[in-house]
Design a protein. Structure first.
Length: 87
């Protein structure tokens, strides 16, 4: 008798605080997969936008888009140019 074995990759999730200052803005805790980068979280939160049009900080510090997020991180996303503003 032959047994079929299935191996599942365990995915661990962590919680981070996302502060989105786009439009009306909001702050909320979100669960993300372990190993999520700043760029991946940005795409999940603001799909279709260019990251270069936003100031993205982790724990109040500038960060690179390939920075891997850690449990409890605080991520803020602020547009650098407000739509409809003169200038």
């Amino acid at each position: 008798m032959r047994l079929n074995r299935y191996f599942f990759h365990e995915r661990f999730f962590m919680r981070v605080l996302t502060i989105n200052n786009n439009g009306g803005g909001f702050a909320d805790y979100v669960e993300i997969a372990d190993g999520t980068t700043v760029a991946q979280l940005f795409e999940q939160q603001i799909s279709g936008a260019k990251p270069s049009n936003y100031l993205i900080r982790v724990n109040r510090q500038p960060c690179s888009e390939d920075q891997v997020l850690q449990p409890g991180d605080r991520i803020s996303i602020t547009p650098t140019k407000i739509e409809g503003a003169l200038g």
